[in-house]
Design a protein around this ligand. Structure first.
Ligand code: FAD
Ligand code: EPU
Length: 337
């Protein structure tokens, strides 16, 4: 394990922001992490745990230690007639984990195909797409306390998952390094294809016998048609969360905008932030080196050489214009550092 100094974070964030960190270390195992904890550089600096860097916006150099988690390995820890428990270490690339499950015939994560990032970050914001969230398949999360070194297992309930929320994002923000996640996956799939365009895409693909692979391929096809590939155009997916407004507010908005998409949820009505942003005229608009993507206004992009502050300023301007036009506050999903 080597602690490096003054390292560029450009290859480590999908926005493609060119900043540096004071120190950088790659941690491949729990033992290595425990060794790191007794190192002065770890003890004397603020720390940032890094996965695939696909949900981060760096606005300045990071004056501390970046700990990149590269703990690899996937293991079946319980194999029952109808289900399996699979433990994946934090450094495993999320989409590779999904493909591994599909190959083995383990169902539950196929709708979450092609989400960038690593397994370790998946519980952080309870990643979700196409009608499925991590909370639906997460049995437990294993983590180490950054200061005490205590190893803690959080049950699904203890993770307090919500829409793009968990205990790791708020109550215990910055306190733990997630080392592995254990998933409960079924051997008899319950396909979830009612969300969005999945059914239509399967029909277009002439799929008549549903398989995990077919559902995954359909999700990949839909995602590739609207979300920019970060390898081509820097971005971090949805910049904002979709706001949830009261029933009264939704009714008021619908009276003025009858075509506004809206989805009733437990605590109100969810409005797509992408729609609100598009209505404010931002979709496809280029501002300096940045802008809101032409196919999905919720995705802010780096057209090359944008600074984190430039993107953050655009996000603030967008947020303000949505507030002015609709009286709705939209808040970032992306972690701004
Ligand atoms: P990072 O960006 O490296 O880190 C994110 C946060 O988690 C940071 O605060 C970091 O400190 C913390 N963290 C990372 N690893 C650990 C760990 N092991 N222990 C403790 N803390 C940790 N998200 C969705 O939910 N649904 C989508 O459909 C979706 N689509 C996307 C599409 C694109 C094109 C892109 C670029 C992003 C998309 N995202 C989506 C967002 C992103 O992929 C997810 O949030 C992903 O889980 C981030 O993983 P990461 O490893 O890159 O985390
Ligand atoms: N819309 C617009 N204009 C836009 C974008 C969207 O009018 O520019 C409308 C669409 O027409 C549709 C609605 O908004 O009626 C929803 O759009 P979409 O299906 O693209 O999904 P989203 O709500 O924008 C969410 C997640 C995505 C996830 C998809 C699929 C959030 C913040 N985003 O996007 O997650 O992949 O649903 O489930 O919840 C991410 O978190 O980074 C992410 C990409």
């Amino acid at each position: 394990m080597e602690i490096k100094s003054n390292v560029s974070l450009l290859p480590y964030n999908t926005f493609g922001i060119d900043v540096k960190c004071r120190s950088f270390v790659d941690v491949q195992s729990v033992d290595e992490f425990l060794e790191l904890q007794s190192n002065k550089v770890f003890q004397d600096n603020q720390r940032l745990i890094l996965g695939g860097g696909s949900n981060l916006l760096f606005t300045k150099d990071f004056d501390g230690l970046v700990v990149k988690n590269t703990m690899m390995g996937i293991e079946i820890v319980k194999d029952e007639k109808t289900y399996v428990l699979v433990k994946a270490n934090a450094g495993v690339v999320w989409h590779e984990f999904v493909l591994w499950c599909i190959e083995k015939g383990f169902a539950g994560v196929e709708n979450l195909s092609l989400i960038p990032g690593q397994v370790g970050a998946s519980p952080m914001q309870n990643i979700g797409a196409y009608g499925v969230e991590i909370k639906d398949v997460c049995a437990s999360v294993e983590a180490i306390h950054l200061l005490t070194g205590e190893r803690v297992t959080f049950t699904n309930n203890e993770c307090a998952f919500g829409y793009r929320e968990s205990v790791f994002k708020h109550k215990y923000a910055g306190e733990f390094m997630i080392t592995s996640v254990t998933f409960c996956l079924t051997k008899e799939p319950h396909f979830k294809i009612d969300y969005g365009d999945i059914k239509q895409t399967l029909a277009d693909m002439q799929v008549f016998d549903l398989t995990l692979k077919a559902v995954s391929d359909a999700v990949i096809k839909i995602r590739s048609s609207k979300l920019p590939n970060p390898k081509v155009l820097g971005n971090a997916g949805s910049f904002f969360k979709n706001p949830v407004v009261s029933h009264q507010k939704a009714e008021e908005l619908l009276n003025r905008n009858p075509v506004m998409p809206n989805y009733p949820v437990q605590d109100g009505v969810k409005i797509p932030a992408g729609w609100l942003i598009e209505q404010c005229g931002w979709k496809g608009k280029v501002v300096g080196h940045t802008g809101a993507h032409k196919s999905q206004a919720l995705v802010l992009v780096n057209y090359g050489n944008a600074t984190g502050n430039e993107i953050y300023q655009l996000a603030l301007d967008i947020k303000q214009s949505v507030l002015d036009k609709f009286g709705v506050e939209i808040n970032p999903e992306v972690n701004v550092v």
